[in-house]
Write a protein that binds this ligand. Structure first.
Ligand SMILES: [Zn+2]
Length: 235
């Protein structure tokens, strides 16, 4: 804890004075984060660090396995964070960020290792679809390294599907006001891959060109009953 306490001291003494105006503005005007990022709680996967974002720029929710439970009547921290970010803060981008060497994915591959962690085991049920995809849609006999990578990537896609079950996200997508992203951070190389919904695969985020960022789901307003939603042609 000593280094952590020292960090607080350094922040107060050296960092905060230079950023005080920013913090004061964030209190005066309120936060207007650019995106909601749901990432793994892994200590090596810090969204603010990876994106070089400052205070007030990202609304972050982290948990073991960057999981989004499907919407249910049961209240939960992830559901509340999503609803608050979309409805109250009006974020237009939601990112699910998985990563290499993920302990949660290792736990999925070795359920016996979770016997002493019943809560983790139960939580990881939200990733079972990813396990089944890797077992049935990938070649049999993958080596553990490839199996783990496939599982971590498929898990991001599964959680994107869960995200769409949340009412605030479903409505935001129908209105064309939300964009969904699936990212994968390679700890060992520092690279970020992004899921391209059109191609159905992850591709490297092009360096220095934000406009070419592949997206899992681009804003595309749609309603199932356009004859009701669209203004009637004048007769
Ligand atoms: Zn992880």
């Amino acid at each position: 804890m000593d280094t952590i306490i020292q960090g607080i001291s350094n922040f107060r003494g050296s960092v905060f004075p230079g950023q005080q105006a920013v913090y004061e503005r964030l209190v005066r005007d309120g936060q207007q984060p650019k995106a909601l990022i749901i990432a793994c709680a892994d200590s090596r996967v810090a969204p603010e660090h990876i994106t070089q974002a400052g205070p007030g720029e990202l609304f972050v929710c982290r948990n073991a396995g960057n999981i989004v439970p499907p919407f249910s009547q049961q209240n939960g921290g992830v559901s509340s964070a999503i609803e608050y970010a979309v409805v109250a803060l009006g974020v237009r981008d939601v990112v699910i960020c998985g990563h290499s060497d993920c302990g949660a994915m290792k736990g999925l591959m070795k359920p016996e290792a979770l016997e002493s962690m019943p809560n983790v085991a139960a939580w990881l049920r939200h990733s079972h679809a990813a396990s089944q995809i890797v077992c049935e849609a990938y070649p049999a006999g993958l080596d553990p390294k490839d199996h783990h990578r496939a599982l971590a990537l498929e898990n991001v896609v599964v959680q994107l599907n869960h995200l769409r079950t949340h009412p605030s996200v479903a409505a935001g997508l129908a209105k064309g006001e939300l964009r969904l992203h699936g990212w994968f951070f390679e700890i060992e190389t520092g690279a970020v891959l992004a899921y391209c919904g059109q191609r159905g695969r992850f591709v490297p985020v092009a360096e220095a060109d934000g406009s070419s960022l592949p997206v899992a789901q681009a804003p595309s307003p749609r309603v199932a009953a356009p004859e009701i939603a669209l203004p009637q042609a004048a007769e």
